[in-house]
Design a protein around this ligand. Structure first.
Ligand code: FES
Ligand SMILES: [Fe+2]
Length: 356
């Protein structure tokens, strides 16, 4: 992919529509009207009396006042200007100023699903909705794995800069010096592979001091072999796996010992629009899983590291938008360029299908 193509993708404000995106942690949506923008669309969210998450276009069809400025009447939303009222399917059920409900008084409703304590939304063709297409996380209900509460950041950057970053194991050497960095993170060669749903970038780094974030959580002392596994899945989910074993026991074909330390970070990136993103995450880990102090430490450590990413990526977004000279690509960009190319191909197919 040329620099021009890379730039043109950055400028792109089109998104894959027929896909599931994370809107919020389940606890963030309640019975109050809440306006959230997803893929450039203003939506209003609330829980109905059955606790089902409702998502509607956040614009009354009369004068486009956001419905989020109205109020809930039972399970329906009443516009705050002249009282048009819409049920959870988006159908107008009351028009106080009219003899009868206008047939074109309707707002679009969007399918939602709750999974992994996250609210997911389908923004594309309603006839293609399939909840089984939400990524399966094999450890999610496994009692042998700990789970952090996770968190959310709103980032003022294009969502693909977040994906680039999550397919780039090298940046930890500079951005996360006090947490994820270790010897070798800046220069050990990367292995790039295609996967069915995206791209995997990985490498074993051998015989190093463990990075500060993990040092006192490992179930063994001394130097380690470290696997960095950075994987991204369409449209915008990243899985980072860290594996640590005592020095000499790691490697691609090694039979890893039972006390290997394993950490999985799941990252769910959702475009708000072309310049801002919602970033949700949580982590799975296989050691000290009942220790609340460890769980909190992992959660707080992740938040502070992802804040470091946010600061860099927001400045990158500004820098790329205001550049006065061309930018270049490095070898470390190969994984993210592959991912962007695959995603762009899917978007093109989707657009072509929509024209048929
Ligand atoms: S703007 Fe909503 S009823 Fe008039
Ligand atoms: Fe990072």
């Amino acid at each position: 992919m040329s620099q021009y193509e890379m730039q043109s993708i950055h400028q792109e404000s089109e998104f894959l529509q027929n896909a599931w995106y994370v809107v919020a942690q389940s606890g963030q949506i309640d019975s109050r009207l809440q306006s959230i923008k997803i893929l450039g669309n203003n939506l209003v969210f609330y829980r109905d009396s059955q606790q089902k998450v409702v998502a509607l276009e956040d614009a009354c069809p009369h004068r486009k006042l956001p419905l989020s400025m109205g109020k809930l009447v039972g399970d329906a939303v009443q516009c705050g200007y002249h009282g048009l009222t819409f049920d959870a399917s988006g159908k107008c059920i009351n028009a106080p100023t009219q003899d009868k409900v206008p047939s074109n008084a309707i707002v679009r409703s969007y399918p939602t699903v709750e999974k992994y304590k996250l609210v997911w939304i389908w923004m594309g063709d309603p006839e293609k909705v399939d909840p089984s297409k939400i990524l399966e996380l094999d450890n999610y209900d496994d009692p042998n794995w700990g789970l952090t509460d996770g968190g959310m950041l709103e980032c003022q950057c294009h969502y693909l800069y977040l994906l680039d970053n999550l397919l780039d194991p090298s940046h930890v050497a500079w951005v996360h010096k006090s947490s994820f960095a270790s010897a070798g993170t800046e220069d050990v060669p990367l292995i790039i592979e295609d996967t069915l749903s995206g791209v995997l970038v990985s490498r074993w780094i051998q015989d190093i001091e463990p990075p500060p974030y993990y040092a006192d959580m490992l179930p063994f002392k001394g130097k380690v072999d470290r696997l960095q596994h950075y994987e991204a899945s369409m449209p915008s989910i990243a899985i980072n796996m860290g594996t640590y074993v005592p020095t000499g026991l790691g490697g691609d074909n090694a039979n890893l010992p039972k006390d290997s330390y394993r950490m999985r970070s799941y990252h769910f990136i959702t475009p708000i629009d072309a310049h801002s993103s919602r970033y949700h995450w949580f982590q799975h880990y296989n050691t000290n899983i009942y220790d609340e102090v460890v769980r909190q430490k992992l959660n707080e450590g992740a938040l502070s590291a992802f804040e470091e990413d946010r600061i860099v990526l927001e400045a990158v977004d500004i820098g790329m938008n205001q550049k006065r000279s061309s930018n270049l690509d490095l070898q470390l960009d190969i994984g993210s360029k592959k991912f962007r190319k695959k995603l762009n191909a899917l978007i093109k197919i989707e657009k072509a299908d929509a024209l048929c």
